[in-house]
Structure formats: C-alpha cells, structure tokens
Write a protein that binds this ligand. Structure first.
Ligand code: SAM
Ligand code: SF4
Length: 479
C-alpha cells in the first residue's frame, strides 16, 4: 500500500466507508423500511422539480453578458441526446431515432446556440472544460463530432490544461470516434457497462457483450486516453447478489480509473418504459440491494479504489481522490467533480446551466428546442434564482454528500448564523438520526457514521426547504 493510500484511508470519509462493510448487521429491516422512500439525489439544490417554469430569454441574456466580464472560465456541457436503441431502465433525457434529418437539424441548432452565446459573451471567455453527455454522443459519426467541436473552438478559446471528456456506449463507439476525439484533445471517456450478466441485459434491452466493453477500453488505452470511467447500475431487474459479484470481478479486471456505480432510479410514474417494460417483482428487494451495495464497496476498496461520495470510486492517484483528500471535491448535475468556480453553461435540449446566481434549463421538447435554437433564440424554459438561504443550504447538502461531515464553526463564520438555531427543524431530525446511530452530533461537527453513509440522501433531506412542495414521483427511492 502506498503512503498516499494510507493517508487517504486515514481521512474520515474513506475509513468510515471501509468500516461500513462490517456493519451490515447494524442495518435493520425496520431502518430500510423507514428510510427507503422517494428522495432527490441532489445533483442540484434546489432540485429541478421546483424550478420556475416560463420563458427566461431576457434574463438569461443579461446574465450571460454579466458573466462575460467575470474573471473565470466556462465549463461547457453539451447534451447529445440520441441513441440507436432504447435501454428500458434508462432515466436520461434521450431520444431513440434513426431519422438523419432530425439529428442533422439538431447539430445545426446546437451550432447556432453556441454561436449566439459566443456573440453575447463576445467570445471573451476561455473554456476550462467540455463535457459531451447524452444520450450517446458517439451516436454521431466522427466527422460530425469533429465539425461540431471545431465550431466550439472557433468561438471560444480552450484554456491550457482544459479537461475534455465524453460519454460513450461501447456498442456504437468505433476506432474513428476514439481517434478523432483524441486528436481534438479529449483525454477522458466514460463508457456505459451497467451489468455484464446476459439475463439482466435482456431484462433492460441492452445486449452488450463483455468483448465489446473490453475492446473499447483496450482501444482507448492504446490510443492514449488517460482517464477511463465505467458506469454500472445496481438494483436492475433480475439482478442478484451472486450475479453482480461476477460483473464486479470482470469489471475489476478491466481496472478503469474511475467507476460510477449508480443505484437504479426506478420511476414508473415518470418514465413509460419503466412502467411498461420493468416488472416490479423482478427488482431485487431492498435488503438484496444493500447487500450488493456493501459488497461493491468491499470489492473495490480491496482492489485499492477509494470511494468518492455515495456512488463513485477512483484509483488513489486519480484527481477525484486527491480532491477528496484536499477537501476540494464538488458535486454538480454531472456527478462528482474537481472543478469549481466556473460558469457552467449547458447547451442542447434539456441542458442545465449554473451561473449568474441561477440554475437554468433548456426546453426538454426536442422540436421546440431545435426551432428556438436554430433561430438563435436562447430561451431556457426553467430557472431558479438562488437566494442566500438556498446558497447556504446548497453548501450544507453538497458538503455532506461529498465529505460525509460538516464543520459547524466554518458555516457559522462564513454565513454569520448560529447553525443550530438556523436549522432548528433539521437539527431535530439529526438528533433522531443520532439516536439511531446514523450521525454523530456535537457543537463543532456533524459526521455521518458508517451506517449513516448508506442513508446519505435521507440525512441531507431535512436541509431541503422545498421537499414538501416537490412531487415524490420525480424522485427514486433512496435505497
Ligand atoms: C448517458 S448514459 C451513458 C452513455 C451511453 N448512453 C451508454 O448508455 O453507454 C449515462 C449513465 O446513466 C446511468 N443511468 C441511466 N439511467 C439510469 C437509471 N434509471 N438509474 C440509474 N442510473 C441510470 C447509466 O449508468 C448510464 O451509463
Ligand atoms: S442508457 Fe445510454 S444508450 Fe441506453 S437509452 Fe440511456 S442514454 Fe441511451
């Protein structure tokens, strides 16, 4: 074990989670029953369902203008929503199509959106990050992607050491994609794997041989990609503890730099495909899901990975691990990140932005988005301005989700509040969590215990002042 690993293991979060492996017996069936309820994943706070709906064209433009003179770079998120085939478990904003006209129109609309943002910001800003998310960015061929990236870099200069990343489905990603994006400066890639078991794959309509995953990973490595992430999902239909252990073993051999291992967000009230194609009786029961979750922690920590927040893992030398150690880890709608203090600008259908003291979301309707963007009408359809109280709560939630603890004096000094008085109601809930052994409370610190770490979402929920207003159909169950 390297010195770094030993140091990291000494940080609270990591040792706490390692301990949690031996604490399965402390998770009682009553606890599972009580806490397994719909709850947000808090990739943003306030959460999207309570953002205002409307047309925010003028406000958005004004904020872009104001942002353009600030001395900080842009993190650009590009949503490329198309996929060839529907995975029935999917909860992303995606469109399944083979209609070339729509996908070409979409790329043209995206280019117009970028041109318009650059015009308003007078191309003053530099890009510190480009993230192509989906859907499946490699749905487009390498020439289309190249043309599009060149459009971005003709309007905005890339900052030195900028981080370029894309999401890709191994089933549709070929050597041309990998080589072209590498030449354009992309060094990070994230592949969806989900589960290697063929029964589970059949149940989610996603046949992906392990050969396809291995080949794409090996090709990426030989081209020179320096960071490979794999996504897995636990809690899928027909998944069992034993079956998932096999997937873990093979994925361990693939040795990605990072892993995101998501809990299946089952939302039959929101997604027709979940309702139609996924039978509730096929889902593993919560006890089995927790067993899988704990085994996943045990398995990857034993292989030397460090658990990052609720659902990510990274090798000890990875930037996410270093950020966890240095307390510079952050969480946004793309997950855990080391980047901070940037204007996050999202382009494309349903894309989210975070700058100017507000969150913004583009229209989720594909045709509406294409029409508006093509005519250079920047028109987010959702927006929320964060007041001081939102900012404070956002920071409490983010800190607990990233680090599993909060220093109370830090918040009191910065926000000039008495933490306990200010969060009077939340504190009462925390006291109940403390009685059950989920948190430790004292005047200086809130610390999640090993068992509490399993229920992180529940523990931060009392800090969400809008929870009662948000409809529970928007959120998956917390276990
Ligand atoms: C945009 S996809 C990744 C790229 C590509 N489309 C693919 O599937 O390979 C993002 C990831 O979100 C995760 N995901 C999608 N739907 C989910 C759900 N309902 N619950 C949990 N995770 C989900 C999957 O792990 C998926 O790989
Ligand atoms: S999981 Fe990926 S490939 Fe499957 S439908 Fe969702 S976005 Fe598309």
């Amino acid at each position: 074990m390297s010195i770094l690993q030993i140091e990291i293991n000494q940080t609270n979060q990591v040792s706490k989670l390692n301990m949690s492996i031996s604490k399965l017996n402390d998770v009682t069936p009553e606890m599972i029953q009580r806490y397994n309820r719909p709850g947000p994943r808090y990739t943003s706070y306030p959460t999207v369902p309570i953002w205002d709906k409307g047309h925010f064209h003028e406000e958005y433009i004004q904020c872009l203008q104001e942002e353009s003179i600030k001395d900080r770079p842009i993190s650009l998120y590009v949503h490329l929503p198309f996929c060839r085939q529907l995975c029935t478990f999917c909860g992303c904003n995606k469109f399944i199509t083979s209609n070339r006209k729509i996908t070409d129109d979409y790329l043209s609309a995206l280019c117009k959106e970028i041109e318009e943002i650059a015009r308003i910001m007078r191309s003053r800003k530099k890009l510190a990050q480009i993230h192509l998310g989906g859907g499946t960015p490699t749905f487009f061929n390498h020439e289309q992607l190249e043309g599009f990236i060149n459009k971005i870099t003709s309007r905005f200069e890339l900052q030195e050491n900028s981080e370029l990343a894309f999401e890709a489905d191994p089933r549709v990603t070929n050597l041309d994609h990998l080589e072209t994006l590498y030449k354009l400066g992309f060094r990070r890639v994230s592949f969806g794997v989900q589960d290697l078991n063929s029964d589970v794959q059949m149940a989610i309509n996603r046949n992906q041989t392990s050969r396809q995953s291995w080949d794409t990973i090996n090709n990426s490595r030989s081209i020179g990609y320096t960071s490979i992430n794999l996504d897995l999902v636990y809690g899928l239909p027909l998944q069992t503890y034993q079956g998932f252990c096999k997937t873990l073993n093979e994925v361990g051999e693939m040795r990605p730099d990072r892993l995101a291992i998501y809990s299946f967000a089952y939302l039959p009230g929101m997604f027709k495909t979940h309702k139609k194609a996924i039978k509730e009786k096929d889902l593993p029961v919560p006890e089995e899901k927790i067993k899988i979750y704990l085994e996943t922690i045990r398995f990857f920590t034993e292989l030397g990975y460090v658990m990052i927040g609720m659902d990510h893992y990274a090798l000890p030398e990875d930037e996410l691990t270093l950020a966890l150690k240095k307390r510079t880890l952050h969480r946004n709608f793309m997950g855990y990140t080391t980047l901070h203090n940037m204007a996050q600008i999202g382009v494309g259908v349903s894309a989210i932005s975070d700058f100017g003291g507000s969150y913004w979301q583009n229209d989720k309707d594909l045709h509406q988005y294409i029409n508006e963007a093509y005519n250079k009408t920047l028109n987010p359809h959702r927006r929320i301005k964060l007041d001081k109280e939102d900012q404070l709560r956002r920071e409490v939630i983010e800190t607990l989700m990233c680090h599993g603890e909060i220093s109370i004096p830090d918040f009191e000094n910065r926000y000039k509040i008495s933490f306990r008085d200010h969060f009077n109601n939340a504190w009462l809930d925390l006291e109940k969590f403390a009685e059950e052994g989920l948190v430790q409370l004292d005047s200086k610190k809130i610390t999640l215990t090993p068992v509490g770490a399993l229920f992180t979402r529940n523990i931060v929920m009392p800090f969400d002042r809008y929870l009662k207003e948000s409809s529970s159909i928007s959120f998956s169950k917390t276990v």
